[in-house]
Structures are given as C-alpha cells and as structure tokens.
Design a protein around this ligand. Structure first.
Ligand code: RB5
Length: 146
C-alpha cells in the first residue's frame, strides 16, 4: 500500500512520526512536506497529496495541520476527494467503510502521537463496504457539478 503524506508546520512532527510508523510496517510513503516547522499556509500543502491520490500514485492520503480542520476543508474542495477529519478509531474505520474516504485529516494539536498512529492504522486497514453506501457516495459526487 502506498500512502501520500502532507502537513503544514503544525503537523510536521506528527507527519514524521506517522511516516516512521508506516514505513516500519513496510508501507511505501510519499512525503510531500512540510519538511520543517517553518510556517506555511496549509492550503498550499494540499494539492500534491490530492494529485497523488487522484492519479493513483498513492492508495490513500494523510493530511495534518493543527486541528485537521483546515486540511479537511481545503482537500474537500478538490473533485474526487473525500477527506475525513478523524479524532477516534470508530470514525476512521467508518470513514473508509461507509464514506469511501480517500484522505484522512488529523489535528496534531488535539491528539497525542499514540492515538494518531492507531487512528491512521484503523483508516488504512478499513475498506469501503459498497452496497447501499455506493449510491450515497454517488450522490456526493453529484455535488461536484454544483
Ligand atoms: C496553523 O497555525 C493552524 O492554523 C493550522 O495548522 C490549522 O490548524 C488550520 O486549520
């Protein structure tokens, strides 16, 4: 599995921890920055991860900022992206299972590293159930033409 990672300065440290964790499990990570804690604008960090996911260079994406909110809002402006802000494992599992989320966003300032790693694992290990959820995701896709 290939994972695209991105963050702003606030998410840099957590992104590094997630990268180390995932690579330790043998997953391939593409790190699109930030590469240090110098201040950047979180929307600028989004397109590279979005392109990797939409172009199928990566299976799923992880975007991290201070709250996870800015990354979620910015990523969801992109066609074909369903970004889910998750602060618990249940949400992470069902973001994939029911919403077919292709990016998880996390708030580095609202959770510890340990919880974040478990949440990311839950997201990556879950999969879309399809069935009745497909028609719901299709209805979300139709909003992209609004
Ligand atoms: C940066 O200070 C902070 O605003 C950003 O990381 C994020 O939380 C925005 O949603």
């Amino acid at each position: 599995m290939k994972i695209a990672l991105g963050s702003d300065h606030a998410g840099f440290a957590l992104k590094s921890a997630i990268k180390e964790h995932l690579e330790g499990k043998g997953l391939c990570c593409y790190d699109y920055g930030a590469f240090d804690e110098k201040s950047v604008d979180y929307p600028d960090q989004v397109p590279a991860v979005v392109d990797a996911v939409r172009g199928r260079n990566a299976d799923l994406g992880v975007l991290i900022c201070g709250t996870g909110i800015g990354m979620s809002i910015a990523a969801n402006k992109h066609k074909g992206i369903r970004a889910a802000l998750c602060g618990d494992t249940y949400s992470a599992v069902y973001a994939r299972a029911h919403n077919d989320a292709n990016i998880i966003t996390l708030g580095s300032r609202v959770m510890g590293v340990g919880l974040a790693l478990v949440i990311v694992d839950a997201f990556l290990e879950s999969s879309f159930e399809g069935g009745r959820h497909s028609q719901r995701v299709d209805k979300i896709r139709k909003f992209e033409n609004n």
